[in-house]
Design a protein around this ligand. Structure first.
Ligand SMILES: *Cc1c(COP(=O)(O)O)cnc(C)c1O
Length: 341
């Protein structure tokens, strides 16, 4: 298979139209067989539920080339299961896990020419989206749905290696205690756009959101979970019903426990104890792990001891081990790597 003529090292994180996408629709109580399409556009009614009542959820995962030349995905079953949870909370008919895995395999295989070669740091970003596409003006779930997955090559998140970022505690809230914080719904992002732009205008890469009820505990950022390392090298994982269950975070926790012998403590984390921690990082599919060097709060700045020049030691080990597992340089836990071709 001939690869596309792309300078893989220059890729950013942006939409590129690739050759194929995969789609299935739900009508009259069942999902259609589904299959590959060439048309990148949707043809939707103006009354489609998604435009009015935001009945939509999505996923994000990557395919990439391993050292021995295979194209693989990382734990796609976890994305499929999470999309089922998201769908249920939004009254969307869940897209079955087996079909989800099939759709990912087929769309990646069809676009194999777009999968960046090994060693470029680039990967194929996979975006499944599931939404109410049928007409709905009265407030109710849509009468019909569309599941689509499309892909695009994206560059390495950190071109010059991971650099610590500065984040700030937001005055806005991300997710209410019994709201939709734990599902990957577009609506959680719509309301985060304003606070995120404001953080950027103030010179911060991301917002750290606190629990809206008491503004005492750390939740997460707009699109990444947060991890800490305490003074005794314990991995501290903030716990809350409204944090999105990141596949990367759960994988890092497993790597910490089973590959690095770290003690992992999952508990509520008060903002006022963060000043005692040694390291902090964000985690998610896009960056895997991004070190945090400074956190701006109303009570002053917290400068993490790991500093603004390099990643903390434990975060560095976590990141290296997980990326080595993903690249199949070291053995992955059962079921983590799915070979596509
Ligand atoms: C997608 C997402 C993450 C990261 O999840 P991964 O499965 O690791 O990519 C974290 N927080 C939020 C709010 C998200 O939407």
């Amino acid at each position: 298979m001939e690869k596309k003529n792309i300078d893989w090292s220059k890729l950013g994180f942006a939409y590129t139209k690739t050759d194929y996408r995969w789609q299935s629709t739900w009508d009259n109580g069942e999902w259609s067989e589904g299959g590959l399409l060439e048309d990148p556009e949707f043809h939707l009614l103006e009354s489609a539920c998604v435009f009015h009542y935001s009945q939509s959820c999505f996923e994000g995962l990557k395919a990439y080339t391993t050292e021995d030349g295979r194209i693989v995905t990382f734990r796609p079953d976890q994305n499929g299961l999470r999309m089922i949870d998201s769908a249920k909370r939004l009254e969307i008919p869940p897209f079955p896990l087996e079909k989800f895995l099939q759709s990912i395999d087929e769309v990646v295989r069809a676009n194999a020419a777009w999968v960046p070669p090994y060693g470029t740091g680039a990967s194929l970003y996979i975006r499944p989206v599931l939404f109410g596409s049928g007409p709905q003006i009265g407030v109710a779930p849509a009468p019909s749905y569309t599941y689509r997955v499309f892909v695009m090559p994206v560059g390495s998140y950190f071109k010059e290696g991971p650099k610590p970022i500065r984040i700030c505690v937001s005055d806005y809230d991300r997710a209410a205690p019994h709201g939709t914080g734990a599902i990957k719904a577009g609506l959680n992002y719509a309301m985060s756009l304003f606070p995120t732009q404001e953080a950027h205008r103030n010179g911060y890469a991301e917002n750290m959101y606190l629990d809206p009820q008491t503004r005492t505990y750390v939740e997460e950022t707009g699109g990444a979970n947060i991890l800490f390392v305490d003074a005794d090298n314990n991995l501290i994982v903030p716990k809350s019903q409204s944090i999105l269950p990141s596949v990367t975070r759960r994988s890092l926790v497993y790597v910490g426990q089973h590959y690095l012998g770290l003690n992992v403590i999952e508990r509520q984390v008060r903002l006022d104890e963060v000043k005692n921690f040694k390291e902090c990082c964000l985690c998610g599919t896009a960056a895997v792990l991004a070190p945090v060097g400074l956190i701006h709060t109303h009570e002053g700045d917290i400068a993490l001891p790991s500093g603004m020049d390099q990643m903390g030691e434990i975060c560095g080990k976590l990141r290296q081990t997980l990326t080595d597992i993903q690249a199949c340089k070291i053995e992955a836990p059962e079921g983590w790597i799915r070979t596509i071709c």
